[in-house]
Design a protein around this ligand. Sequence first.
Ligand SMILES: [Zn+2]
Length: 210
Amino acid sequence: MDDRVLALCELSNDMLFHKIPQNQLALYVDASLAAGRKAAQSLAGQDILDLYRKDGIAILEKPSGKGQFGMILRGQATLSARGCQVEVYQESIRALAEHSGGAGETPLSFEKAFHIHLAHEYFHFLEYRRGKSVAEELPDVVTLSFLNFHRRAKINRCSEVAAHAFAQTLLALPHLPNLYDYRFLLDTGAMAQKAFDELLKRMGAALNGA
Ligand SMILES: [Zn+2]
């Protein structure tokens, strides 16, 4: 599975995705992936739990949690000067792990899925500590143009792509981990295989400038 295509799938969830000029899609994808990988390479070989300990980030394991609109959440992160903590909902992690297999691959273990979640959130902690997110480093898109007036905005999902790439590199995963989210949707019947195949095809073509 092509990481760049999976990265573009993630970006396509951004509310402003359609505002990215076609010929810049590859730039947003590649810069976001590179930012996540670079951050992970500087921490290569370190255990994610040790990183949490060292930086004083609390891990709160809870049986389950529900987000807004009844959406299933894997956890929530609180990043503030008063302290950083990451809540993890075991039930959601277990469900994700259980349904993460596919294409001849065995599902992730609970521990692996748990560490992916922690690594993802750790990347957001790094962005917070730096005072700048990956989305803020990438060019703005123009959301509204009128005469000489241009309203500009950030593509926030770039930070998600970078966080996925960070987790992938730190944990040496074979795929950008949002693949496991799609596999969960496919395996639980929330997404049809045909729809996923079409999404991959569309994103692949968009990346290649079609
Ligand atoms: Zn995230």
